[in-house]
Design a protein around this ligand. Structure first.
Ligand SMILES: Cc1ncc(COP(=O)(O)O)c(C=O)c1O
Length: 391
């Protein structure tokens, strides 16, 4: 492994790290110690609500505040992110903006490496007249860029892809896709759940139209707090059918229909915000902002490179791209019986997970030491009873 960098790992701020080697940032990050205080502040605001109106003093504005903090991580401007209950609802909100039946521009382009919600939600839009093209992956790891670009034509309304795949950590070329889509009059949505907090995102610079994701993985927030980024100059052109009173221009008028959307990203809200979810994400966001995503990515490249070299030297099948320029922050290593292997690793206090057909998913984050990463791979080798496919 290349020499250790000067990054501040802030390990003392994550009590869970004392229990073993945490390589689960693609799933659920460890709780920041400060989340305890933050959740207590939530409780206290609730308890004292009758003497000090919690909605008026903090809760009502909190969604916009957390949204702006997340916008910073995404490389977007303040006012570009609306908090959502989860990433699946964020995606459904975008889907509900399109009128597939009345337009000849009704094709959705997605890929086989996306999270299942993506396919389920787009498949459901076929009932409303959408045509859905799912770009295949020949190796289960990558989808050739040319294949994605070729699928985008003048009948495409939206290209909706995972920026980094949950099953292989394959990362698509966001800029090339946005360029091609915009040339054909199509919009682009990227699911950045597996890249936000692990890879530097540049929403404004890429001119991407939508980003969706959530905070419980690389951003060290608690379940659940999703988000939706909408390109600022696009926001007021859209009228999501998945809506509610909080998206109204004057919600406290409690006016009858028709809906009058507010002129901001707030039009992508639905109902009462998930206030405890918002409290749970603030401590993790602060740590990520302070450590910086740039430093996190540098660390990630150095360690994932070493893990892949280690796996290949041992003849294991790596189910992630070899080239760092095609990769997110996780490394997938094929094993025959994933659940059994995960159990053996957990017994040795190495915390990873597995997915069917994928194998182990292992994700070093900034708080992991180099020693932990080396130790984890050594233990994988020790508990591997021939369950890794030898190349
Ligand atoms: C890339 C990706 N998208 C979406 C999701 C699901 O998000 P949610 O449960 O917030 O809908 C996940 C969860 O693992 C994911 O990895």
């Amino acid at each position: 492994m290349k020499p250790e960098t000067q990054i501040n790992r802030r390990r003392e701020e994550f009590p869970t790290l004392a229990s073993g080697i945490h390589l689960l940032s693609h799933s659920l990050g460890p709780v920041p110690r400060a989340a305890r205080e933050s959740m207590l502040a939530y409780y206290e605001a609730w308890e004292h609500h009758t003497s000090e109106d919690a909605w008026a003093t903090s809760w009502w504005e909190m969604s916009a505040h957390v949204g702006d903090r997340i916008a910073g991580v995404l490389g977007g401007a303040a006012g570009s992110v609306q908090i959502q209950p989860n990433a699946s609802i964020a995606l459904s909100s975008v889907a509900s903006c399109f009128d597939f039946k009345s337009s000849r521009r009704n094709k959705i382009v997605t890929s086989a490496l996306d999270f299942p919600s993506m396919e389920y939600i787009w498949d459901a839009q076929r009932r409303l007249g959408a045509r859905v093209e799912v770009i295949a992956s020949d190796d289960g790891i990558t989808v050739p860029l040319e294949r994605i670009l070729e699928a985008i034509d003048d009948s495409t309304c939206l290209v909706a892809l995972s920026h980094v795949s949950f099953r292989s950590s394959y990362r698509v070329d966001a800029q090339a896709i946005v360029e091609r889509a915009h040339r054909h009059g199509a919009l682009v949505l990227l699911d950045v759940y597996q890249s936000a907090g692990a890879f530097e995102l540049r929403a404004t610079e890429w001119e991407v139209d939508f980003l969706i994701g959530g905070t419980i993985k690389w951003l060290c927030g608690g379940p659940a707090c999703g988000y939706l980024y909408v390109r600022p100059d696009l926001q007021n052109d859209l009228q999501p059918r998945l809506t509610g009173w909080v998206a109204h221009a004057a919600p406290f008028d409690f006016a009858p229909a028709p809906m009058r959307y507010t002129d901001s990203v707030g039009r992508f809200a639905q109902g009462t915000p998930n206030i405890p979810g918002l409290y749970s994400v603030l401590p993790g966001l602060r740590i990520i902002e302070e450590v910086t995503v740039k430093a996190i990515r540098e660390e990630s490249e150095r360690r994932t490179e070493w893990m892949i070299d280690f796996a290949l030297e041992h003849g294991w099948k790596v189910n992630s791209p070899r080239d760092v320029s095609d990769r997110g922050g996780s490394v997938m290593i094929y094993v025959d019986d994933g659940p059994a292997m995960v159990k053996r690793l957990n017994e040795r206090r190495v915390f990873v997970d597995c997915r069917p057909g994928v194998g182990l998913r292992m994700s070093p984050h900034f708080f992991n030491t180099d020693e932990e990463v080396r130790e984890a791979m050594k233990i994988v080798d020790e508990v591997n009873n021939g369950s890794m496919i030898q190349l």
